[in-house]
Write a protein that binds this ligand. Structure first.
Ligand code: ASP
Length: 439
């Protein structure tokens, strides 16, 4: 059994957080590979080390002294070293970075030092071997990962050392220069490492107990989702839920390695498992068919009623042509016998709303049209809703009992997402109502 455990910045922001990480690793001998981010914020008004490193680079570029910022960075690591009682020779590490700063270096080298130093400290603390990402995460010059070299390097590193710590966020080009992923890229490192080593699970340790069923700003203390598929995740993030981006975990997705989102501050919580699909065990209780509820505000609907000179499909075609000319793509579309409606994010229509509506009104075949602003879309997502009866009934009953009027209805073709449009004023109330009805 092999688990790859990746820890985010908030899990590594101080020596107290390091201690929690050590307890987590020590409690399970299969956690033999650890990927770390740079230290994150210790409190809401603190700074992330990576941000400080970017700031250092900006000072350097404009020829302003970066000393005080660099000292803040040094202090972060010294505090962790002291708090954990470690001996890692930070002075010589800082000296090397300072000398690169003086003679000029790439910004990618500089910002990668956040993860590099954290991994050095963590390796000593855990008694694992430090493996530099520059030696095992191999980029090609086109910016893509060279999987052959990367995979064999990682396998060798683990075989030779048994248990390893690897800094996230960066790797190197064939000429040895440091190359970073985009911001938040330690998640990608964790996924590449898990896939290369054929891990049984990729644990992504953060500061929440998994993906929540609804936005906690709308419902306090919502339940977290125990299992979610990539398709559901995609529907939820598209509709505004802030969840791990599926692209970042593409290497593990391809190998069907489960991703387990866990909370470093509450390691007893099982968190959320993400997989391509699950063998379902859910019969009976319909509340368990819902995975999550998300939504977005501020849409505009354009309803078009046809006269009988033109068929709905012809008129729809010319309307979509008009949308194309205005560069406004509808996000949803529903049609009936002699009318259809299009849904746009309001901000996309902002600049050309009147011209667009005027031109549409004058189009052959249009009898009448209506434009309505302040519409919210709420998505009820659940792979287990597909081909089941009773879910939409419960949705409309719950909303009806709260006197929330449904302005639009849509279901995705695969039936894992039912979307309802409500007025912006009813947005939060509708989400709460649906959560209470299903959770
Ligand atoms: N430290 C990097 C960042 O802040 C990468 C990461 O934490 O994933 O973007």
């Amino acid at each position: 059994m092999l688990k790859v455990a990746k820890f985010g910045g908030s899990s590594l922001s101080s020596s107290a957080q390091f201690e929690k990480v050590k307890n987590i690793i020590d409690s399970d001998p299969s956690r033999r590979v650890v990927v770390v981010s740079a230290p994150g914020k210790r409190s809401s008004d603190d700074n992330k080390v990576t941000d400080l490193l970017y700031l250092c680079n900006a000072h350097l570029k404009y020829d302003v002294s970066y000393d005080s910022i660099f000292e803040m960075i040094e202090e972060r690591y010294m505090d962790i070293r002291k708090g954990c009682g470690l001996n890692t020779d930070l002075d010589s590490e800082f000296e090397t970075i300072r000398s690169h700063l003086k003679k000029g270096m790439s910004v990618e080298y500089l910002v990668s030092r956040g993860e590099y130093l954290n991994a050095r400290l963590m390796a000593e603390y855990l008694g694992f071997t430090f493996v530099d990402a520059a030696d095992v995460i191999c980029f090609r010059y086109d910016g893509h990962i060279d999987y052959n070299r990367t995979n064999s390097g990682l396998v060798q590193a683990l075989e030779a050392n048994g248990s390893i710590v690897i800094p996230g966020f960066y790797g190197s080009l064939p000429n040895g220069e440091i190359r970073t992923f985009s911001r938040g890229g330690s998640d990608v490192t964790g996924a590449i490492v898990s896939a290369a080593l054929g891990a049984d699970v990729y644990e992504n340790w953060t500061d929440v107990s998994g993906i929540l069923m609804v936005d906690p700003r709308i419902v306090s203390n919502p339940k977290s989702i125990s299992r979610v598929t990539y398709d559901e995740l995609r529907e939820m993030s598209y509709m505004g839920a802030a969840v791990l981006h599926e692209d970042t975990v593409f290497p593990v997705r391809r190998k069907n390695i489960p991703v387990n989102i866990r909370n470093t501050n509450k390691p007893e919580d099982p968190g959320t498992i993400i997989m391509e699909s699950f063998e379902e065990d859910c019969e009976g209780d319909i509340s368990r068919f819902i995975t999550g509820i998300t939504g977005k505000k501020n849409f505009t609907t354009v309803e078009v009623y046809c006269n009988h000179n033109e068929s709905v499909s012809k008129l729809l075609q010319s309307t979509l042509g008009l949308c194309d000319r205005y560069g406004i793509e509808p996000e949803m579309l529903s049609s009936g016998i002699d009318s259809f409606s299009l849904l746009f994010p309001t901000e996309k229509l902002e600049h050309s709303k009147y011209e667009f509506a005027g031109e549409l009104k004058g189009t052959d075949g249009v009898d009448n049209m209506k434009v309505q602003d302040n519409i919210s879309i709420i998505a009820i997502v659940g792979r287990q809703m597909a081909y089941k009866s009773g879910i939409s009934g419960q949705i409309f009953q719950a909303l009806g009992e709260e006197n929330i009027s449904v302005r639009m209805i849509k279901q995705s073709a695969d039936e894992i997402n039912i979307m309802v449009g409500v007025s912006n004023d009813d947005f939060a109330r509708a989400i709460k109502t649906l959560y209470n009805s299903f959770a």
